[in-house]
Design a protein around this ligand. Sequence first.
Ligand SMILES: Nc1ncnc2c1ncn2[C@@H]1O[C@H](COP(=O)(O)OP(=O)(O)O)[C@@H](O)[C@H]1O
Ligand SMILES: [Mg+2]
Length: 245
Amino acid sequence: MATKDQLIDLLIHDLTGPLSIVSTSVSNLINKEDKYGPYNEYQKDVFKRILRNTDKAKALLQEIIEVYRSEEGLFRKEQFLIADILKDALMDAVEVVAPAVGEELARVCDDASFSDVLAKNGIFIDISGKYGLAPFNHDQKKIRQILRNLISNALKYRKEMMKLNISGDVDLMVSVEDDGQGIPKEKQNYIFKRFFNIKEKKGGPEGLGFGLSCVKSLVETMRGEISLKSGEGAGSCFTVRIPPL
Ligand SMILES: Nc1ncnc2c1ncn2[C@@H]1O[C@H](COP(=O)(O)OP(=O)(O)O)[C@@H](O)[C@H]1O
Ligand SMILES: [Mg+2]
């Protein structure tokens, strides 16, 4: 049985390396068609699929590494506006779960039209409390990772709407609410376990069951808390409390 340090080393060196090589090689093939091509449409699609999935694997691996690292409690202390990080996390999630909305958002250039596009797509943001104006002290990458995971689940499982709420005057409070099928009471303890995924009906969204366990472990290392209010058919609302660093 490998120790945790050995596992992290294995992830970093033995998986990141080969994945990067695959991804760079395919990028080269795609970008240098004049040298290696010409390609037919089928070949182009296959190259793009390889690249997309290698990048997905790289991103997941990066998250796993980040989580194992942060379980040692190593945080970088930074000052940032939570609204900025929330927006970044939302864009990350939207690009993966709802790419059409992502494209629409990338085209707008002022805050008002940004909110309009969000509202049109059933996404609502409410920021109140101290951190509406004052910067929050913490590791921004980790906060972004927590938000991104909760937001992508809400986007994945909602019917029509998702609400993001930021509040708090000492500890930061974030809630992510959706109007989806909800999580039955008896499953609520399990969803935070690593690699747990409620069996979906055929055609439903599928995932790895890694996200929420990462969020929980990050939040707990931050001496914060995560809670869930949900029920069968009642939507879900995840709330996270994080003390400043
Ligand atoms: N907002 C939500 N609404 C309904 N079910 C959810 C929601 N968030 C998470 N779940 C359930 O919890 C499981 C674990 O979530 P997560 O750890 O993020 O893994 P993944 O998103 O990779 O499936 C999901 O597979 C899903 O069944
Ligand atoms: Mg998830």
